[in-house]
Write a protein that binds this ligand. Structure first.
Ligand SMILES: [Zn+2]
Length: 83
């Protein structure tokens, strides 16, 4: 699903968008300051999108999520290497 106005991928709600944002960081090996950093509710379509502007989502700064990203990135790394 894409937004007709922003052409971005749409997520039904905040929770799904946040989970997708975390997954995005795991899969794309973003540096700390790169890639989409937050989510927002779209005024045009009413769903949620990523944004690379502004402050990072506080969840991305939490130790729990940071550790999860690190751990799952390591898993991704080996999976790719062994493929
Ligand atoms: Zn939209």
């Amino acid at each position: 699903m894409f937004c007709p106005v922003s052409k971005k991928v749409s997520y039904e709600n905040e929770e799904l968008a946040l989970e997708a944002l975390i997954q995005h960081h795991i899969r794309n090996f973003h540096q700390q300051d790169r890639g989409p950093r937050n989510i927002y509710e779209c005024q045009h379509c009413g769903s949620w999108h990523f944004t690379s502007k502004g402050a990072r989502h506080p969840e991305l700064e939490s130790d729990e999520v940071k550790q999860r990203i690190k751990k799952e990135q390591l898993g991704e790394y080996w999976e790719r290497k062994l493929r």
